[in-house]
Design a protein around this ligand. Sequence first.
Ligand code: C2E
Ligand code: MG
Ligand code: MG
Ligand code: MG
Length: 290
Amino acid sequence: KVKDLGRNGFSFYDESMNLDVQRNFALNVRLHQAVQQGDIEIYYQPILDLTSRKIVAAEALMRWTDSELGYVSPEDFIPLAEKNGLIHRLGDIVLLEACTQAASWQTISPIKIAINFSSVQFRYCEQLQSRIVDVLMQTGLPAYQLDMEVTESLLIDQGHALMKMLSYLKQLGVGLSIDDFGTGYSALSYLQRFSFTKLKIDRAFINNMTTCSSDASLVSAILAMAKSLKLKVVAEGIENEQQALFLQEHRCEYGQGYLFSRPVPAAEFTQLLLRDQKDASLGQQVERVS
Ligand code: C2E
Ligand code: MG
Ligand code: MG
Ligand code: MG
């Protein structure tokens, strides 16, 4: 009887909602453990110069495989970490590990490291700024080799402290990219005010670009706009040669996607860099011979 009363009292509380709450609770517990035990891994996806097809940067992407829950996508655990505050520790982990890694890659090739930052991390601007400066000093990575990727949601409530921090980092030489461009907040005037250095076209547009003429027009319009604002462009989610060629023809500087490589562990990324270097020296030999 008590059970029945309970059911009636919470009639809005259906079974599927109960499952969501349970899953989120479990995710929360497991994520805390994963952070504590060092189970969060960082993978790296190459960003290429579309003309030379050489690697110019690596984007650091978090990976988490839980022993019970299996692979959990960052699209699921990042929003959770933003709610429970773990994003600050996660952000710290990726910042230190990726900068350390990038510093060691400098002996092979002077590539940049692109790191994603959540808008929530900017709530404590001063701490974030000094952490970034500390990590650059500690790892010896030159500031201009670091690109910060942020989404348009950062720009919704832009305070004085944020503007101050971004202009300070810009003076140091740190790059600022707008990620997932075209999917968020749409007042374009912010592009000028924030002095971004790069714009990353969301993969949703790249996906259909060669089959849907309106997406093709959007991509060429974004490229034209970026050119006149002196922003470099990275196209995300390039999966076939047709897309790469379309982008090359429309003077898009950089590209990233499964066509070139999926995100891979650091050791595999090192192999990709070494292969790039070997190809380059082979190319020089051929030039010298001919
Ligand atoms: P993002 O920053 O836009 O990263 C690009 C996403 O596109 C990655 O998904 C990447 O694996 C995926 N991708 C790259 N090329 C292709 C392709 O050719 N086809 C398809 N279908 N997908 C491609 P991932 O690794 O699952 O990450 C999803 C999002 O999670 C990221 O989107 C970023 O917003 C967030 N994220 C990942 N790592 C971090 C992190 O360290 N910090 C923060 N704050 N967010 C992160
Ligand atoms: Mg990104
Ligand atoms: Mg993106
Ligand atoms: Mg994304």
